[in-house]
Write a protein that binds this ligand. Structure first.
Ligand SMILES: Nc1ncnc2c1ncn2[C@@H]1O[C@H](COP(=O)(O)OP(=O)(O)O)[C@@H](O)[C@H]1O
Ligand SMILES: CC(=O)N[C@@H](CCC(=O)OP(=O)(O)O)C(=O)O
Length: 284
């Protein structure tokens, strides 16, 4: 419990950021391990609703890899990955869509509504929000990349104080569904909307100089520094696609991209509304 003096300190630090980011679009990607615990999930959602109450315009893009794996296992379908990307044949695609668009999306929407926000759940199919193209790697099956984002529906929603919640599934002109990595979708939506921030919530503190030492967080870095760290293999594995999609969104006009630990209490508020932040912030 904070004392009144501490509360005043917190508020006076946050106030300039609340003013600076008023009406600005913040695209937040939530998924993976950071979404598994329901208490944590409630807290992320409560911060998201708070951000919209103080005048920012948040958009939530979600994953749900662990939940897809759970349901594939129930159906005796073996999950397969190549470099962190799910190999998606048609039966797997059906499960991905049922889990992400049905279960995970509506659960997040209900959670936002329960906490006093107004949310609308969408997939890439709704309002032709996302047109996918095949990944170019036939061995991955129905894995897509983002060909086009139509921001019209999103703009209508955020201009009317709805919080959009987006599942990373879309369909091509023939109606074939594609499974798209949720980080990629978040980055492309942030770019298309010229967002102030792209925020990727994950299960590490951010970009670490030594990935096995959580005290080596790099708080601020430029695109060039991020590229250098990838070249020297400091950034590897699942962090590579995250950093790539941060770089792509920055190159298209997003002001800053952040990678932070979604398991920390009030991670979003601490990153957006304090001088120090808690994760890694990438800028041009
Ligand atoms: N330099 C680095 N700093 C932090 N994490 C790194 C780094 N290089 C590789 N990683 C790995 O990237 C992982 C994050 O990617 P991933 O597991 O795909 O996240 P998510 O499931 O949230 O999408 C970390 O758990 C860590 O193992
Ligand atoms: C192509 C691909 O790999 N799609 C992901 C989509 C969900 C996702 O990105 O979920 P997380 O953020 O929870 O990992 C998948 O099927 O798992």
């Amino acid at each position: 419990m904070l004392t009144n003096t501490e509360r005043v300190k917190v508020l006076s630090e946050a106030l300039p950021y609340i003013q600076k980011f008023s009406s600005r679009i913040i695209v937040i990607k939530y998924g993976g391990a950071a979404m598994k615990n329901s208490k944590l999930k409630d807290q992320v959602i409560s911060d998201l609703v708070f951000l919209s109450f103080i005048g920012l315009r948040p958009i939530l893009v979600h994953g749900g890899g662990p939940e897809i794996n759970f349901w594939l296992d129930q159906l005796k379908i073996l999950p397969q990955f190549e470099n962190g990307i799910r190999v998606t044949d048609q039966p797997t695609m059906d499960v991905v869509e049922m889990v992400l668009v049905g279960r995970v999306n509506k659960d997040l929407v209900a959670s936002i509504n329960k906490q006093g926000g107004k949310s609308v759940g969408l997939s890439g199919k709704d309002g032709l929000l996302i047109i996918p193209r095949p990944s170019g790697k036939p061995e991955l099956g129905f894995v897509g990349e983002v060909q086009n984002v139509d921001t019209n529906l999103l703009e209508i929603l955020i201009n009317n104080n709805y919080i959009p919640v987006i599942a990373s599934v879309a369909a091509d002109k023939q109606g074939q569904s594609y499974n798209i990595n949720a980080d990629t979708v978040a980055g492309e939506i942030a770019a298309a909307l010229n967002a102030e921030k792209l925020i990727l919530l994950t299960d590490t503190p951010g970009i670490l100089r030594n990935p096995s030492d959580v005290t080596t967080l790099i708080s601020h870095l430029s695109i060039q520094e991020a590229r250098d760290l990838t070249q020297t293999a400091v950034i590897s594995g699942g962090m590579i696609p995250k950093v790539d999609c941060c770089i792509r969104s920055l190159a298209q006009g997003v002001a800053s991209a952040h990678i932070l630990d979604g398991r920390i209490d009030h991670a979003l508020l601490l990153e957006i509304l304090t001088d120090q932040g808690i994760g890694s912030m990438l800028v041009v």
